[in-house]
Design a protein around this ligand. Structure first.
Ligand SMILES: Nc1nc2c(ncn2[C@@H]2O[C@H](COP(=O)(O)OP(=O)(O)OP(=O)(O)O)[C@@H](O)[C@H]2O)c(=O)[nH]1
Ligand SMILES: [Mg+2]
Length: 575
């Protein structure tokens, strides 16, 4: 039977609210807790601490050996409920431009990232225990969230706590919440390039951000863009937790979830082994949520673990999980992490061990490192190795001035880490600074990888193009103008009666004359315009207003004159 870590929350509430959150909400790991009340508990443990043979692992085992217990009624759930629900969460502000975000050096921020429509905003609502759209807007259509939306959770620090923190609030708002949850626009379908740029800037430059939650659709599985984001997070040395969403929609249930989970592990491990110096902290538990599930017990239990993940990232949970060495508990044959990460589900055992040239769905991220690959497991041609940053950098001329890639890479990470250093949030070491151009390269790489080339994006690009080169002003030819006027008049005076036809003819004549005079006027330079006297005495025909002439014509043809005359005669007779 595999062993696993099972944290149990031991906590009681103190009077000082913020201190309560920071000091009383803590986990103590123990391997003795064996009862699992809810088998559909929502977290998988990265199988580092496993002792069983890989072929013995079943999906059920994975759930049973989850490191988190989420049985309702436990202090863990109570503590988290108080933090998330008792003090109702609030919308704080939204901003689409990174550079316009409010200053914040005190309140820890945790951002929610993921492809569009993966369920980021739904998770915000669910964590706050609000119905859909009550806090964050949710939609079936992709690309609903279009700005960086900040939500405040937990109670505000007390006045005493603020006083102890000293000055430093001159330029920023006094904290109103324990931590901020930041809902980001999604990348991928219907996303915009500038969103990617803002996200990359946020992850690299924002001092208050303490962790990131990456949501992956459990039904669809991780995509290349997800791994690119994880790469970015690893470069930024930002604490990361993975949450598989929409678990209720996974067709083959636990087995499907387990497979998705294994894909995520593989990808993260590939990133970790290649590009970090072991400083990237990511939660070994892959959290699972199913906010759309019909069974409220499932929703509740999955949310508890998600709440814990967020609180951990925000630095509110004092995690006292012992640092168990890899495979320490294993008494028999040593199994490397790579063996375990390839641990096939029962259904896929034969597939995985069969064809050595089998194509994996995520070739770039699935590639096992050559030093650790195991016989019998698929050997994938290392496309990622060919594509790694060192090679790319040589091609793109990044490794310049004779500096080796290693030192560049080291410097880059050190610099990225330096972005997080702040007096309030710790870590002041910045041994090497990345130049603005190098940082731009890193961000550009990420933005390009987002493939933000959706139809909406194309429309936007066209709009921008139009703005840059405005179309020539619309100038209608006089012929067209006449035609349009004629049409308008025809509509106004349908030729049903003689009188209407006559009116129409006259009006048309007037309009024609007007348009001609306007044309002539426009052709004459201002300096040569006639004086008011010329106009008054109709010296210049172009400027004359021939109303009398038209009136005469109009009355004659319309028969009005006749009727007027008749009327006059009648009145004369009667007199
Ligand atoms: N069945 C099920 N549906 C879910 C779950 N989470 C989210 N959804 C649905 O997925 C759709 C998208 O949810 P959103 O929360 O708007 O997704 P988003 O990631 O914020 O999307 P963007 O803002 O466009 O990036 C909505 O119709 C949700 O109801 C889940 O766990 N289960
Ligand atoms: Mg959203």
């Amino acid at each position: 039977m595999p062993t696993a870590l099972r944290p149990v929350l031991l906590g009681a509430f103190a009077s000082s609210r913020l201190r309560w959150v920071q000091t009383r909400l803590f986990c103590v790991s123990t391997a003795t807790c064996k009862s699992v009340k809810y088998p559909n508990v929502a977290a998988f443990l990265i199988p580092e601490f496993r002792t069983s043979e890989i072929t013995e692992l079943t999906a059920d085992d994975l759930f049973k050996t989850s490191s988190l217990s989420s049985a309702p009624g436990q202090p863990l759930e109570e503590g988290l409920t108080k933090l998330y629900i008792q003090h109702p969460a609030d919308f704080v502000y939204a901003e689409s431009n990174f550079y316009k975000l409010r200053k914040n050096s005190r309140v820890p921020e945790v951002c929610i990232l993921g492809r569009s429509n993966v369920g980021k905003s739904s998770l915000v609502n669910a964590l706050a225990n609000r119905p859909s759209n009550r806090l964050a807007y949710v939609s079936k259509k992709t690309g609903k969230t279009r700005s960086i939306n900040t939500y405040g959770f937990g109670p505000a620090p007390t006045i005493q706590e603020l006083q102890t923190q000293g000055s430093g609030y001159k330029d920023e708002d006094i904290p109103t919440h324990t931590f901020h949850l930041v809902d980001m626009p999604g990348y991928g379908h219907a996303s915009l390039e500038e969103w990617g740029r803002n996200i990359a800037l946020y992850l690299n430059k924002r001092k208050a951000v303490k962790g990131a939650i990456v949501l992956v659709d459990a039904e669809v599985g991780p995509k290349d863009s997800d791994f690119r984001l994880l790469q970015l997070l690893s470069d930024a040395q930002l604490k990361t937790a993975i949450v598989l969403t929409k678990a209720d929609k996974v067709k083959n249930g636990l087995i499907g979830l387990r497979e998705t989970c294994a894909k995520v592990w593989k990808g993260i491990h590939a990133i970790e082994s290649r590009t970090t110096e072991g400083n990237w902290v990511w939660e070994r538990d892959v959290y699972v949520t199913a906010v759309g599930a019909k069974d409220s017990a499932v929703v509740k239990s999955t949310l508890t673990t998600a709440r814990l993940a967020v609180a951990r990232l925000a630095g509110l949970v004092k995690d006292e999980k012992p640092n168990v060495e890899r495979n320490k508990r294993w008494s028999g044959k040593m199994i490397s992490f790579d063996d375990l990460q390839y641990a096939p589900s029962k259904s896929s055992v034969t597939e995985t061990n069969g064809d050595a040239n089998e194509k994996l769905t995520q070739p770039v991220w699935d590639t096992p490192s050559p030093s650790k690959s195991t016989p019998g497991l698929p050997k994938v041609t290392s496309t990622f190795a060919d594509l790694d940053y060192a090679t790319k950098a040589q091609h793109s001329g990044r490794a310049r001035n004779g500096a080796s890639w290693g030192s560049w890479e080291k410097g880059r990470r050190a610099h990225v880490r330096a972005f997080h250093s702040s007096p309030a949030l710790g870590d002041n070491q910045s041994p090497h600074k990345l130049t603005a151009a190098e940082l731009k390269d890193v961000i550009d790489d990420f933005v390009k990888s987002l493939k933000a080339n959706t139809p909406r994006d194309r429309v936007r690009r066209l709009q921008q193009q139009r703005e840059r080169q405005p179309p020539k002003l619309f100038k209608t030819s006089f012929k067209k103008l006449e035609e349009r006027q004629a049409h308008r008049l025809r509509l106004k005076f349908p030729e049903q009666t003689d009188r209407a036809r006559a009116v129409f003819q006259q009006r048309l004549k007037i309009e024609e004359h007007r348009s001609q005079t306007t044309a002539t006027r426009e052709a004459i330079p201002r300096s040569e315009w006639p004086t008011i006297d010329d106009v008054r005495h109709q010296k210049d025909s172009n400027w004359a207003i021939p109303t009398s002439e038209f009136e005469a014509a109009f009355t004659a043809s319309s028969g009005l004159e006749d009727s007027k005359k008749k009327n006059k005669n009648i009145t004369k007779d009667s007199e």
